[in-house]
Ligand binder design. Structure first.
Ligand code: IMP
Ligand code: MG
Length: 187
């Protein structure tokens, strides 16, 4: 794996994003909706930099099934969210094909939200298959598979404090003793 963004760079990116969001948002109350599981680290860092009155909802969406290519989007814990008249900020780790954000944005509009905006830590340039506006973007990346800071490969490596790109030799079924995971334990 190759480190793409270290802790310091991630921190600066989230600082920048939080400042942008604060300026654009004003004093309207925010309903932030995070997309699990990938959003956990990003959302935890982001909310502590915002001084906007906000409530937090979490929704589980996944299209990756332990692979690096996407399958159909599945939503879990898909209860009815109370969004009528609310200003929503949808937060995800990465914008790839755009299917996840497009599907969720649509649902939130249908649920009566007054506005729906999106914030992503990362955007893969040139990968969007559906038209979706990301209003706030932390970093743009070329098309590559990345892990750490909440992003996973086979549900592993989310706890890396930095963002790394997987290299061709890294793609294999991971067992607990795999050197990729062992390397992380030695940190
Ligand atoms: P999209 O629906 O194709 O835009 O995919 C978005 C979701 O796919 C994100 O929420 C991530 O969970 C996952 N994803 C996309 N690219 C990566 C990656 O490089 N590493 C880890 N997860 C990814
Ligand atoms: Mg995700």
């Amino acid at each position: 794996m190759k480190v793409l963004l270290n802790e310091q760079q991630l921190k600066q990116g989230v600082d920048r994003l939080a400042a942008e969001i604060s300026t654009a948002w004003g004093r309207r109350p925010m309903t932030m909706i995070g997309v699990l599981n990938g959003c956990i680290v990003f959302i935890a860092d982001l909310i502590r930099r915002l001084e906007i009155p906000l409530r937090i909802e979490l929704i589980q969406a996944s299209s990756y099934r332990g692979q690096t290519t996407r399958g159909p989007l599945s939503l879990a814990g898909d209860r009815q969210l109370e969004l009528v008249g609310r200003h929503v900020l949808l937060v995800d780790d990465i914008l790839d094909t755009g299917h996840t954000l497009a599907t969720l944005q649509n649902r939130f509009w249908k649920a009566g939200a007054a506005s729906v905006r999106t914030a992503v830590l990362l955007r893969k340039v040139g990968c969007q298959q559906v038209q979706v506006a990301a209003d706030f973007v932390g970093f743009e990346l070329p098309d590559q598979f990345v892990v750490g800071y909440g992003l996973d490969y086979q549900d592993q490596l989310r706890n890396l404090p930095y963002l790394a790109a997987m290299e061709p030799g890294d793609f294999r079924p991971l067992s607990d003793g795999d050197p990729l995971i062992a390397e992380q334990e030695r940190r």
